[in-house]
Design a protein around this ligand. Structure first.
Ligand code: AMP
Length: 216
């Protein structure tokens, strides 16, 4: 298969769709945000360096990201990248990395979502401290069955430190300035597929599957 990349504004469903793809096609889901949060929770040298930057919603240095990612992917051929690349430098470095390993990108999905919807989803988003499953208290079908408890592993649901109104504005601006230019980059390479992020999560997943199975 090769690697699958998902590009989207905050809370458009990158994590949810990555988990669906991972489960259906039996390939690992690699979220750079989760890898970084893990470094912070374990208080590693990297974790201590990046904690304040992550809280502000700005991007972590390309060098750190590429190092963390390289360790994760060197033995893998097919996987889904959720949250990487976030800028053109990362995209170029990633292609160099893949070329050296004789690997390739399979497809790049862009989940499009208007800013106001992205913001309202961020403000009502909570996730499981154990398995990372994401819930949204604003919608009937994305609420946990029991308040603040994960349906799957029964652990506690918490709000992410960077899911606040003030930090959202910075995150969204970073997305527009740094990440959105990737659409042009991958479009030129004929790898990009655009999906309407305002559909429900199952419809989005069905579209992704059609593309992955070569029917679109
Ligand atoms: P996410 O979980 O993808 O929303 O990422 C949360 C935060 O982690 C971002 O706001 C950045 O601070 C950091 N981060 C995640 N992925 C990257 C990346 N590829 N490059 C730089 N920073 C990243």
């Amino acid at each position: 298969m090769g690697s699958i990349i998902i590009i989207a504004p905050p809370a458009a469903g990158k994590g949810t769709q990555s988990k669906f793809i991972s489960k259906k096609y039996h390939i690992p889901h690699i979220s750079t945000g989760d890898l970084l949060r893990d470094e912070i929770n374990k208080k590693t040298e990297i974790g201590l360096k990046i904690s304040e930057i992550m809280k502000s919603g700005s991007l972590i240095s390309d060098q750190i990201i590429l190092e963390v990612l390289y360790h994760k992917i060197q033995k893998l051929d097919s996987y889904i990248l959720d949250g990487f690349p976030r800028n053109i430098t990362q995209a170029r470095e990633y292609e160099d990395m893949l070329n050296k390993m004789n690997k390739r990108i399979d497809k790049v999905f862009y989940i499009d979502l208007p800013k106001e919807i992205s913001k309202s989803r961020i403000l009502s988003r909570i996730s499981c401290i154990n398995c990372g499953r994401v819930y949204n208290t604003a919608f009937e079908d994305t609420q946990p069955k029991e308040k603040n408890i994960c349906d799957d592993c029964k652990s506690q649901l918490v709000k992410r430190d960077d899911d606040t109104e003030e930090i959202f504005d910075n995150r969204y601006q970073v997305y527009l300035d740094e990440t959105k230019p990737l659409l042009d980059f991958y479009n030129k390479e004929h790898l990009l597929y655009k999906i309407n992020g305002n559909l429900d999560k199952i419809s989005i997943f069905n579209e992704i599957c059609l593309v992955l199975e070569g029917e679109m």
